[in-house]
Design a protein around this ligand. Sequence first.
Ligand code: CDP
Length: 646
Amino acid sequence: MSKFWKPGTERPRSSLIDDEEGGVLFVSASASSSGFGYSTLERQRQRLPVFKYRTAILYLVENHATTIIVGETGSGKTTQIPQFLKEAGWAEGGRNIACTQPRRLAVQSVSARVAEEMGVKLGEEVGYTIRFEDVTNSGVTMIKFLTDGVLLREMMDDPLLTKYRKRNQGDAANDSAPSTVPAILSVEGKGFTVEIYYLEEPCSSYLQAAVDTVLSIHDKEPVGDILVFLTGQDDIDAAVQLINENALDHRSHSSGLLVLPLYSGLSRSDQDLIFAPTPKGKRKVVISTNIAETSLTLDGVVYVVDSGFSKQRFYNPITDIENLVVAPISKASARQRAGRAGRVRPGKCFRLYTEEYFMKEMSAEAIPEMQRSNLVGSVIQLKSLGIDNILGFDWPASPPPESMVRALEVLYSLGVLDEDAKLTSPTGFQVAEIPLDPMISKMILSANTYECTEEIITIAAVLSMQSIWVSARGVQKEFDEAKLRFAAAEGDHVTYLNVYKGFIQSGKSSQWCYKNYINYHAMKKVVDIREQLSKLLKRFGMSLKSCERDTQKLRKAIVAGFFANSCHLEAYSQNGMYKTIRHSQEVFIHPSSVLFRVNPKWVIYHSLVSTDKHYMRNVMAIDPDWLTEAAPHFYQRKRPNLSAPF
Ligand code: CDP
C-alpha cells in the first residue's frame, strides 16, 4: 500500500485473541452472502461455529435454568440459537422464544434474516417488536426479536415474563428440575489472520483519510468488500458522496465501487442492500457507525478502515447536559473492528492513526454506557419493576451517585415519584408505561387536563423523530423559505402542528413532502406513532380532545413536562445568549429553530446539542408565570428528601 502505511508490530492473531468477548472466531470455509435459495442458506447455517454445538447447547438449556454462551460476533448466536430452540420444541404450548438486541436496526435485520432462513414470512412464525413497531402475530409468532427496552416494558405488565419462561424451575426435590447453577459454553472456531496497518503520521481529517484509503484499497488490493468505521450520518453521507464523486472523475478505477451507508434509521430497502450479495465485478464499500462493530455482521468484508472514533454519549450530572460527541474509541473496540476483516479469508485493517497512539494513548476499555448516561429512563424502569432501592441496586457498572440523585430529582419534580421516591399513582405508573422520555410522557398526560391531547400527541410523535426536515445542503435559501411557510410565532412545537396538518391535507403525499423539504418517511412514522399514542391514552381512559386555535392551552401542557428546561434571554446580550434558569448555563437557539434570531424573552427547549456552544433544539416561547403554575415545588427549590430509602 501507499508509503504512509506502516504494518503494525502487534502480532495479528493476538489482536483478535484477547478480544473482550472471549473466543476467537475461526470460520472454516468461505461463506458467501445471503439471498440465494434455501439450500445455500442451509449450507451457510451449517458453516457457522455454533452449528457444531447444537446438541451441547440444547442439552445445557434442558438441564440448567440459565445457560451462558460466549462466542465472537458473527458466530451465529443470534440467528441460530433461537432456531435450535424452536426445532427442539421450546416454542410449543403457547410459549415464545425471545431474543433481545441492543439496537433497533439489528432487531429488524436479524429477524428478516431468520425468517428468510426458515423460509417464512417476517411477522408470522418469526417476528420482531421495537418501540412503536410490532411485527408479530400473536398465537403464530414463535421466535420474537426485540430491543432490551421493549422487553423491560413487557416486564412491567408481566414481571415473571411468563410467556417466555414456562418451565418447572426451582423445585429441588424434583430430579428433572433444571440445575440453578448457570452453565457456560464457549463457542470457538477458526478465524483468519488480519494484518494491521497504521498511519506513519497522524492525519488531520479522518474523513478524507478514509476516502483516500478506500480508493487506494480499490486500486491496489485484490477483490473483497470494504467496511469503513466513521461516526455518524453526517460524516458517513459526506464520505459516500466523496467516494462516488471520485468514481465519476476516475471512471476507470473507481467505477466498480458500490458505496453504501449504514446507520440507524435507514429505510428497509437500504438495509437490504447492505446484506445483499455483492454483484459480480463490483466491490461493496459499507460506511458504517459502530453498529457494524458488534451488532451486525457483514459477510464478504476483507478490508476494514478504522477512523479510531465513534459517537459516544456523555452526560454531565452537574449541568444535566447529555451529549452525543465524537470521541476516540478504546483498544478493545479497535480490535473488534479489525476482527471484522477476517471472517471469510485473511484480511487487512487500516487504522487511521499511528501505532504509537494505539499503544500509548488509547484506553484499554470504553467506559460503560451506564456511567455516561442520563439515568432518568433507567430509574423509572427500575421503579416500575418494584426495585425501590436504587442506590443499593446491584448495577452491572455502578453509575455516579450524582447521576442517580439528578434522575430522582427530575422524576420528583415531574410528580412521577413521591416524597418517599415511590412511583405516584396514577401519574408515575402512566409515565412509566408510555415508551417515551418521561418529560414527553408528562406533557402528554397534562394535555388531558388542558384538553389538547389531539395536538400534543402529534408534537410528542414529532419530538421522538430525529428531524422531520430533509437536510438541505446547497439549497439553504429554498429550505428556509419552505420552513417559513409553516413557521409559527410560538415556536417549533406549533410549527410542527402546521406541518402535520399540511401533510394530512395533502393526503399524506410524498410529492408534497419533497416540495416542502420534509422527510416523508419521518412523517409516515409520525402518523404511526401518533396512532399508537392515541390507543395508549384510550387505555388510560382519556379521550382525544382538540384545543382548536387556543395554543395557550397546549403550550401550558408542554411547560408541564418541560418546565425544567426553561431559559431567559440575557438582557445585555447582543448575540442571543440565554441562561438556563436551573444552572445559569449559557445556551443559544439552534439555527434550525424557527425562533432563531427571533429570540423571545422566555423560552423552553426540548433538548440541547453542544458543538462550539450549547444549542437549544425545538424551542417554544413561554410566559414565565406558567413555570410557577406548572411546577411551584420546583421553582421554590424544594427538593425531595434525599435520605429516603431510594
Ligand atoms: O449473534 P452472533 O454475532 O454470534 O452472529 P449472528 O448475528 O447470528 O450472525 C451469523 C451469520 O448470519 C453471520 O454470518 C451474518 O453475516 C449472517 N447474517 C446475515 O447474513 N444477515 C443478517 N441480517 C444477520 C446475520
